[in-house]
Structures are given as C-alpha cells and as structure tokens.
Design a protein around this ligand. Sequence first.
Ligand code: ADP
Ligand code: MG
Length: 700
Amino acid sequence: MLDSLFRPKSVAVIGASTKDLSIGNRIVKNLIDFGFKGSIYPISLKADEILGVQAYKSILDVPGDVDVVHMVIRSKFVPQAIDDCGEKGVKFVILNGGGFAEVGPEGAAIQEDCLSRAKTHGIRILGPNCQGIINTDPDVRAYCNFTFTKPDPGSISIVALSGGVAEAIHQAFAEMGIGTRMYASNGNACDVTIPEILRYYGDDQGTRVIVLYVEGLRDPETFLKVAREVAAKKPILAMKAGRTEEGAKAAASHTGGLAKEDLATDLIFEKTGILSFTDEEELCQAAVAFSSQPIPKGNRVGMITNTGGPAVIATDVLINAGLIIPPLSEKAKAVLREKLFPEASVGNPIDVLATAGAEQFRAAIDIVMEEDQIDSVYLNFVTPFFVDAESIAREIVEVNKERRKPIICNLMTDKRQWVGTVETLKQGGVPYYSFPSTAAKVLTALTKYSEIRVRDIGQVRRFDDVDREKAEYVLRKVKEAGRELLSATDVYGILDAYGIPAADWRIAADAAEAVEAAAEIDFPVVVKADAETIVHKSDVAGVVVDLWDSDSVQAVVEEMEERLEVKDLKFLIQKYLSGGKEVIIGAKAEEGLGHLVMFGIGGIYVEIMKDVIFKLTPVTKVEAQEMISSLRAAPLLEGVRGEKGIHQEGIIELIQRVSQLVSDWPTIQELDLNPIIAYKDKVFVVDARISVSNSYSGER
Ligand code: ADP
Ligand code: MG
C-alpha cells in the first residue's frame, strides 16, 4: 500500500539545509509553501531551524511518527541513515540524490545495500535518483519533491520514470490551466515500481485520468497484469520514448531504465487498453480533454463552425484518422433552417456564419446533441469583434455541463483580449485549443479510446489435437545435440505435431534418393538445398521450383552438389504448389513477455515489403483476424480484380496454433514460416525455420 507515501502525515528531510538553492532547502520550502497538512521535520547537523521550522540533529530525535523521509545526503551515508529510519519506524524513504546504480557498479552496490537494509526494516524506497511525489488533495497537500511547478488540484495523475519528462507534462497542465491530482517520478525505481503506482492511482477516487511516461518496461509481465486491471477502471494515456536505437541508448544510460525494443511496449499498451502517444504535447492536450469530457460512443462527429478554412483542416485530420462526419437528419436540417441565418449552411459541418451569436450557436449545438447518428462535437469558434463571444462561450458551457457527448473546441482568438471568453470556457471545463488540427487530434484520441475500451479480444483457443510429446522429443534431441537451428526434419516434425499443414516433403541424400522421393510425392516438385549453414536458400540459388520429371530432379541435385561446397548438404524434395498467395507467420521470443507473433505478406521480398503486423502471445482469434485486416495488402488477401482471396479461417487458425506452439515451448527463440502458400480453401507451409535457445531449462 502506498498510502503513507502519497498521503503522509509527517515528512522528514535528512540533509535539510538553510542554504538557498539547495535541494535540502527546497524540499522543506516546497512543503511549507504548498501548505502541507502534516508535520515537517528538517534533520540537520548544523541548523536548529530551517525556514522557521524546528530542525533535529537525528531522525531519532523527532518527537512524533514519521511516514516519509527524504534523503538529500551523499549516497555513501544513505545505508546508515536507512538503519536509523528503521529504528524510528519510518514507512517510506525518498532517495532524491544520485550516486547509485546509474553511476556504475560501486553505486549499484550501495543501492543494493540500501534496499536490503530497507527490506529488513520494512521500509519502502522511492528512487533513488528521483524527484518524489506530489499530492494536491486539499486534505494532504504533500509536495515531497524538489521541483518548481505548483499545480492546482485536478483529476489527472502523472507517473513517470524520468523526472524531466514528468515535469514537462506537469508544467504543460499548469500552463493549460488544468490541475494535477498526483505526481510521481521514481527514477532508478529500485523498489516502488511503476505498476504499483499505477494501481494506487487506479484505486484513487480523485484520479480520473492517468498519464504515464516510460522508457521501456522493466517487468513487462507485472506491468501487463496491473495495467490491464487499471485500464479497465480509467483511461491511461501513455508515451514510451526510446523508439530509435539512439533514443533507446540515451534512455538506458541516463535512467537505468531498460529500453527494450519499442514494439513490445506498444503491443503491451495495445493488449492492456492503454492509449499510446508518440508526442508528449499531443498526450497532454488529449489528457485535458479526457479529464473533463465523456468518452464518445462512436466515431461520428458533428462539426459546428463559424469560419471556413479551419473546418476544412479539421475535416482532413478527422477523416484521415478514420472518423466520420455524417449528414444530419432531415428533421435536424429543418430546425436549423429555421433557427440559423438564411445563408448558414445546414449540412455537417454546420456553418453558423461569423455573424452567429449565442442563439445560433446554441441552436446548432443542441441539434448535434440530439442527433442519434452523432457521437461527438467539434467546434470551430473564432471570435469576431461584432459578436458577443463571451455569451457564446456561456452557451457552450451550459451544454457541456450535461456531459452527454464530448465537446472539443478550436478557439481562435487573441487570448489577451478575449479574457472573459477564455476564462468562461476554462471554468466550464470545455477543452479548447488554438489550432484546428490540434483539436481534431484530441477528438481522435477520445474516439480511439472509445474503440479500445469496448474492444473484446475474446478467449484464447487451445488446440487439444497437438502432440506435445512429439515436440518435446524433437526439442530435447536438438538440445542434447547442442544445436540452435533445427534441421528441416525437426522443424516439419514440430509443425506436424502442432497440426500446422505443410506441403508433402522428403529428405534425400543424393540424386538417386531425390528421384525416388519425387516419384513418391508426385510431380511437379521443388528441390531445395538443405544444410545448417544455408540460411536463405534462394540467396545461393538453392531452390529450384516446378520440376516435372526425374531427369530434371537429377540434373538439379547434381548441379547443386557440384556448386555448393557444403559438407552436410542434403536435399529437401517438396511438392510444388502453383498459384496461391505467399504469406508469412513468424514468432520471436521477448524476454519476460512470451513471444511476439507476426503475420504479413510473405515470400522472399518480406523484408522489402515490410507489410507485417505483430501481436503478443497468446493471440486470440479476434487478434488474428485483426492481423489480417490491418495489413496494407489486406484487400489482396480478400481477393481483387477477379483474383481469388485466401483462406482466412485457415490463416487465423494457423496463427493461433503458432501462438500455442511458442507459448508451450519458451525455448523457441525464432520461428519463421515463410512462405505459407495460401489458396482460397487451404493453406500450406512450404518453408520453415525454428531456432531455439540452448540455455533452455524446460517447458513453461
Ligand atoms: P528460402 O526462403 O530459404 O530462400 P524457400 O523455401 O522459401 O527458400 O523458397 C523460396 C521461394 O520459392 C518461396 O518464397 C516460394 O516463392 C518458392 N517456393 C518454395 N517452395 C515452394 C513450393 N513447394 N511450391 C511453390 N513455390 C515454392
Ligand atoms: Mg523462405
């Protein structure tokens, strides 16, 4: 429970200082200035009082109980101070200073020492190398933090690994006139974790929206579990940085956060229902709307404007993002014709004209609120000098109070002159933005979230026709042989065990065996060079397709034998499958998360097309369907211009079987079924690769 951290009754500062501009001074000052409701205990060897508050020589001299202790002392003195706190019965220690794991092995050892001492005393640590927390709850007013933004009470809570980013977000809310509920930046995060803080915010009545900033997830499994629980209760808007290799490096070196491949974090966000952003400004702007507006029921926007161009820009943004601006009902149009000026446009967008006053605006807003086929309201509101803008703002606020549908406003004005208008919207909880694109993106975020929220990915299907013993046998053999790449025989054996259909095949050692195999399989066949060192067979001209007789098979095998100087060369003779479309299913192990499963357009050009979609295991039927439909080439798979589409049910089942296979066998590092040849009524794997980890220690 983090209650004593976020709602402390008393806070001590070890290393408190009379020196202006020092952290030890700043924290005491922040607590006083913010009106902390509990007791403040500066601990200082030198001073008797700091900023008018009595100071103590040791934490052990403090008369009352202490919930939270800040430590603003050199890292080498921290372990002893933690023991003192243990004796005192302190609940939380915030380690503001650096000099721990982020500086190297020596610091890491101190951090370890602190943690183990804290554990024996039952003390929890926030940090080290962190800012601390803020709670604006009027009953608490805790500013256990050395930064400078003094937020108004609000309903957005922030948690971030990086103090710098948290502060930027925090500052943005202050600038937009939106308060903050709680704030936490946990730096090295040696003990109190982001999932714990998320859960705490999730349970906090005063938090309506959670904003999260991470640079990779340390314990993805726990994060996944907690985020799913919390996201079911309230919106989580998140941003993950470190998307480029360079960015990830910067993240890894400066906060000790483990920036992993960006993909996995995005997939976790998707799987848990977190709305993810790639731009911190967009995130902040959206958060403001989330804190005051209801979530739309769908993607249909009613647009009201008193100026032309901005409506055009907004329309482009909305339509591009997949929202729609449907026509109004005849009834609505009739009402508008009566209530608006004759030149007004009564379509959607409704152009009320620049001359529209409060009455016309209100009529238009009322209509879109009434229309069944509209889920949200987008307002372009420019403030010409010849209308009473403030009274228009009051009407918008009136309607907004009912919270029936979200209202997002693009307010185009001189904020220094139209102070009353701005203030009315702000006080009335109407989110307003200075650019049409910005407002449109915010509405897009609300709408996207409405889709995430209702998304039901269904249950994971388990295929019980699989032969686990057979797969186990193959994998054990591979491990015993110390190999990492499976031979064709092993790979196809495993596919067979998991009910994954492959084109008929045989292994041949030489031309004579190849000819025999081809006759068994029946022509036409394909001959493929098979050796551990040949990874991409086409690269070495090791695949010859469409062979119709024994002579050609023999010639091909002999040619390869002569040309390819490989010791363990064998030949895979396979049924040639003509026509059909080539797709790929792949999987890749992801530390702490299971596997990423991939589906896309396959064949030898897969790296060039890069038309692939990833999901995290276990993949459900709904997710498998999404993988197909979200490809750029999805229409190709549906069938275009008289061409046949592919057997989607077959692919969906295959994706789920692969998901089960890799989930059953975490030792599998990478799996590639490329290509799978898909016809309109069946699918076959014609090439497969599996690599395993040799450090594998058993099934999951
Ligand atoms: P690699 O990926 O190692 O180069 P593949 O076995 O995938 O080798 O073969 C390369 C290409 O040859 C495939 O992408 C596919 O176009 C074609 N191909 C391979 N096997 C068959 C087959 N059995 N039937 C039809 N085409 C095939
Ligand atoms: Mg291939």
